[in-house]
Write a protein that binds this ligand. Structure first.
Ligand code: NDP
Length: 284
């Protein structure tokens, strides 16, 4: 079997068109949805991510602003900046690009963002809302994956879904969203014994470990849907996922590429959440 590619760029484009239309309705009412991105330090990968997020906002006609802070910025200054943005009428979404330098407490920073502007969905309030089935802002990457599965009409109810990775931003919320759709969900971690015994019975396999090409074709069930969240830069400059694409494509029926898979979806959901937030502010 050679897997059908799930084209994240194409699906993200379709999603953006929908949200552009909704943003235009807001503009007709005099409201321009706005996103503020805070970046601390000079991490080159973070800079690329932020640039792409700002660009995506412009493409949909949103206001966006980047707040660059030096690596040695104090936690107090960062919290002050967030507080200002919490009160700004121009801003409907606030995102702090992770990772933050070691001297800054990420949790404190993420909790300082108003839950009403937390378009990444990382605030405890929004995570709690997700876990109780009352999602306000869908977490960008996992929800982007759900949009892909929906777009490709991949059935989830009663299916075996295996998520490899349990981070708060990808693995755990991913598992919750799959559970909401009545999949039977297993979460694997670095401590899982015999990983292959789990991955090889997955109808839907989502991998988010940050370990380049660790899932190989022999670990995949014939006909599975494989979603590769990982983005890893190898020493030779190549960008690869957490799944070995060539061998996995021989077994899967659907697979996401890296790049061009989950990455564009994450950004599309961020834009969607910013418009959603502006709609809520406007009472729409
Ligand atoms: P984290 O490092 O926070 O979490 C990685 C998870 O993988 C941990 O739960 C860890 O287990 C688990 N893990 C590590 N090694 C293994 C192993 N050998 N077997 C099973 N599980 C393992 O990473 P993130 O969730 O933040 O990101 C994961 C990947 O996704 C990265 O490549 C990142 O760049 C990418 N990413 C891509 C995005 C996109 O838009 N496409 C967005 C966000 C992330 P344990 O908890 O036991 O340590």
């Amino acid at each position: 079997m050679t897997a059908k590619i799930i084209d994240g760029k194409e699906i993200a484009q379709a999603l953006r068109e929908e949200w552009r239309h909704r943003a235009e309705k807001l503009k007709d009412k005099g409201i321009l949805p706005g996103l503020a991105v805070i970046i601390v330090g000079d991490n080159p990968a973070s800079r690329v991510y932020v640039r792409n997020k700002i660009k995506a906002c412009h493409e949909v006609g949103l206001h966006s602003e980047s707040h660059d802070m030096p690596e040695d910025v104090s936690e107090e200054m960062l919290l002050k900046q967030i507080e200002e943005l919490n009160h700004s009428d121009k801003i409907h979404g606030i995102l702090v690009q992770l990772p933050l330098p070691a001297h800054i407490d990420d949790v404190k920073v993420l909790e300082a963002i108003s839950p009403d502007k937390d378009v990444d969905g990382f605030h405890y309030y929004n995570l709690g809302a997700l876990f109780t089935g009352n999602m306000k802002f869908p977490p960008c990457t996992p929800y982007g994956v759900m949009c892909m599965l929906d777009y490709m009409n991949i059935p989830l109810e009663g299916k075996e879904a295996v998520v490899v990775g349990r981070s708060n931003i990808v693995g755990k919320p991913m598992a919750m969203l799959l559970l909401e759709k009545n999949a039977t969900v297993t979460i694997c971690t670095s401590r899982t014994q015999d990983l292959k015994s789990h991955t090889s019975r997955a109808d839907i396999l989502v991998v988010a470990t940050g370990r380049p090409e660790m899932i190989t074709g022999d670990m995949i069930k014939e006909g599975a849907t494989v979603i590769d969240v990982g983005i890893n830069r190898l020493d030779d400059g190549r960008l690869v996922g957490d799944v070995e694409f060539a061998s996995a494509s021989e077994k899967a029926s659907y697979i996401t590429p890296v790049p061009g898979g989950v990455g564009p979806m994450t950004i599309a959901v961020l834009v969607a959440n910013t418009v959603l937030s502006a709609e809520k502010f406007s009472g729409m």
